[in-house]
Every structure is written in C-alpha cells, then in structure tokens.
Write a protein that binds this ligand. Sequence first.
Ligand code: PLP
Length: 220
Amino acid sequence: MADPSAAAALEDRLHWWWRQLPPGCRLLAVSKGQPTGAIRAAVAAGQRSFGESRLQEATAKQAELADLGPLDWHFIGRLQANKVRGVVRHFATIHSLDSLALARRLARIAAEEERRPAVLFQVKLRPDPGKAGFSAHELRRCWSELQGLPALRPVGLMTIAPLGLEAGQRQELFAECAALAGELALPELSMGMSGDWREAVAAGSTWVRIGSGLFGARLS
Ligand SMILES: *Cc1c(COP(=O)(O)O)cnc(C)c1O
C-alpha cells in the first residue's frame, strides 16, 4: 500500500472495528486475497493478528513480511491432509480443525515438528452443503480423545453461519455454538464475519474474522 491515503483509510477502519468490539472480543484481520502492502499498513496501525485460508499464499506473504518480526497468524481455511505439516510450521493457531481423523494427524505431525498449536474445532450446527465441521453430537462423542491429543492445545470452537439465515436465526446458531463451548469448557469462540459479526458478538464471540469489511474486496 504505497498510497498514503489508502493506508490512512485502512487505519481509520481498523480503529472503527476496535471501537465496535466489546472487551474480550478481538479482531482477526482476514488478509486472504489481499496484497502484503495492506497487511503492512494494518501492522503499522497496530493490528497483529491475521487470518489466511490458503497455505501457499500465506507462506509467500509471511516470507515477504519477515522484516516486520513475528505476527500472529491464524489458519482459517479448509485443512487438507497433505497441507497439515505446512500449516503446523506456519501457523500458531488453527481455527478450522473439522474432523477426528485430521485432529489425529495434526497431533502426530505437531509432535514431530515440536509444536503445540492452539486449535479451534470447527462445528457445523446447521445443514450447509460444501462446509465441513463436527456436529455437536460428534464433538461430544470424541471429546475425550480430542482433549487428550498431547500436541494440541484445544482453545475453542469456530463456526460459519450458512448463507440465507435471518439475523435472529444467526444469533440463535451462534448462541448454540457458545453453549457448546461452555459445556466443553473452551474459552474461545471464533464466530462472525463481515456480514454477521453483530449477531456473533451478541452471542459472545471472542474472535471476529473480518476480511472485506476491513480491507475491501479481495483481489483473489
Ligand atoms: C474469507 C473468510 C472470512 C472473512 O470473510 P469476509 O466476509 O470477507 O469478512 C472469515 N472466515 C472465513 C473462514 C473465511 O474463509
């Protein structure tokens, strides 16, 4: 972002977001599809936590931004089995752990890599073709095994509201997710994107994942 007025506008939007969020709810700046210049401008304004969904894109950006020192990178994309090692190496927090098989694989690889990522289990509490996630039932059923996986640090739940719900229905869904996290004693709730963050915050979100509402339209 060589253009100083664009950087100033981004700084203003960041401050706006920080003002909207209650204490205990943090902004995850979703930088997928955004150039590194936009990330630099956000870092200059004080943002440290960024969400990316594609491993290759993220590692290229991390390398380009290495001069900024360590940033707090969160993986929010579909976790593919063959990308787990790369994700473990490049992300300290993973929001999208969506199956027991992947959790086992992630735990094995994290141990090999001598890492202990913070993980949020992705849950799918409404039918949503094409989206992954544990049902509440599945999560409860394998909870003791998930909790016992030594190289993982379970910290929360993540959910994505399906398109087409009304605000009240979204809030109900987010409240269910919050109740499930409470039942499992998980403190973090990754809920809410640019279009539905208000309902997510009302239901107790601790991480809103905001891309277009912060950076504008994605380039890719
Ligand atoms: C892209 C993405 C976001 C951000 O979406 P916006 O609508 O641009 O805020 C949040 N969460 C996940 C999982 C995403 O893939």
